[in-house]
Design a protein around this ligand. Structure first.
Ligand code: AMP
Length: 226
């Protein structure tokens, strides 16, 4: 599970981890964007909330996640990106994993970063329709506005504006930050500085994962304050 504020690099790291472990990325933001493109009922509800930087109601998100996690490609595990984002979602996930006798325990990486740097990342972010992610300041494509991988035109997400960022940050601080102590208290939790070079972040995430998966995660009371 990758948790962190908007623009910290969850999507970028999730894609790299997906390739490393050959398990799917389950990004609730991407699932909502797909619903929006497909003009489903859920997509229409999510559309307005996403534009405002607000969260989609927990019951709708949870139902969507349950459908996604039941697909066969999640059988060997998966990378949760952008979920859970509230304590209610975290509690729902705990129950869901217990009820479905999940084979693998949750391992949580919190990607941390300062607000000013995140703003720059958000406003500089460009994405191709297939999901490849760039940043005009920190990770520009070789040709301006064109995806290095598939040559498609890069776009800016509708919610990647300064105004929506401020609202998403507020939501993160009020709703998502309380999820961190929830998982920290369960062990299997590590924090990585998300502002480093992408490759360094990946390296640190992988070494934390190796440590946590071997069962030597820090006990709830160790080093990290709530
Ligand atoms: P993201 O791509 O993760 O930044 O998500 C984009 C938007 O989708 C968010 O600002 C929310 O409006 C919505 N969203 C994504 N994940 C969740 C979630 N777990 N709970 C509620 N809303 C979500």
């Amino acid at each position: 599970m990758l948790i962190g504020p908007p623009g910290v690099g969850k999507g970028t790291q999730a894609k790299l981890l997906m390739a490393e472990f050959e398990i799917p990325q389950v990004s609730t933001g991407d699932l909502f964007r797909q619903h929006r493109r497909d003009r489903t009922e859920l997509g229409l509800i999510a559309d307005k909330l996403m534009e405002l930087g607000q969260l989609v109601p927990d019951d709708l998100v949870n139902k969507m996640v349950a459908v996604r996690l039941a697909l066969p490609d999640c059988g060997r595990g998966y990378i949760l990106d952008g979920f859970p984002r509230t304590l209610a979602q975290a509690n729902w996930l705990d129950n869901y994993l217990a009820e479905t006798n999940a084979k693998y325990p949750v391992v949580v990486i919190s990607l941390a970063a300062e607000r000013d740097e995140l703003l720059k990342r958000i406003t500089g972010r460009r994405i191709c329709p297939q999901g490849h992610i760039y940043n005009i300041y920190t990770q520009p494509p070789r040709v301006d506005g064109v995806c290095d991988v598939d040559g498609s035109r890069l776009e800016q997400r509708k919610d990647d504006t300064e105004e929506v960022f401020q609202s998403r940050m507020k939501v993160f601080e009020e709703e998502t930050a309380p999820v961190l102590p929830h998982y920290r208290s369960q062990g299997r939790f590590a924090e990585v500085n998300g502002l480093q070079d992408v490759a360094i972040v990946t390296h640190e995430v992988l070494s934390q994962l190796a440590r946590l998966r071997s069962g030597s995660g820090s006990p709830p009371s160790a080093s990290h304050g709530a």
